[in-house]
Design a protein around this ligand. Sequence first.
Ligand code: PEP
Length: 255
Amino acid sequence: MRRPILAANWKMYKTVGEALAFIEEFLPYTKGMDAVEIVLAPPFTALEPLARALAGTPLKLAAQNVAAHEEGAFTGEVAPRMLADLGCTYTIVGHSERRHLFGETDPLIARKVELLLQHGIRPVVCVGETLAQRESGQTFEVLGAQLDACVSCVPPERAPELVIAYEPVWAIGTGKTATPLLAQEAHAFIRERLGKVFGESAARMRIQYGGSVKPDNIYNLMAEQDIDGALVGGASLDPVSFSRIVRFDRPEEFQ
Ligand code: PEP
């Protein structure tokens, strides 16, 4: 019922030339992969060339961030309308690196969600607890508060356009993946909370896991009932590694 969504977050890696070289090597691996949705989130500078390179393919483009304003005197920012103009289907908002390194708050993220939807772009809304919050038993309180604050501005009929990325901060870029059981527990909580906000639409909303996803752990994560995909950082930078992730249900191909 929910089409798996595998997304590459390249963060601040890859020049235009490197992004295009990735595509050349990666595209052949995506043949016949219509059952899954594959999304690439390059740096802003590579969005336009990738949009050209992906034209006519089923792969989708995502931005990694967006301004919380329509337009104006905001030096260095990129407006939602500009991303729509480039053909971005998705935009990541509330990534923990933006929350923790750039001071992004829930109300700011909520505004971005609202603006993206107004421009026909689907937000990928990241939520997740820090290690200290998990160790002090606050995980569900934190996830619930982030969800309530970031997505409650969305009308229920538009809720299925959202993707939620559960990304425990302690698992991002650390090599410490959440166990499938622990991730499933958080995803089930998130779906239940979405149900309180959006009612029946919650069953159609996709929830990705993010945090040190690799070719050798994706299969077991995807086997969990409420895990509908992955948001992948480090392991998405190499075309072979990411192709193994998108072809997670065919591990025999790579043996
Ligand atoms: C991320 O950037 O969203 C992420 C999950 O990174 P990594 O896969 O490297 O942990």
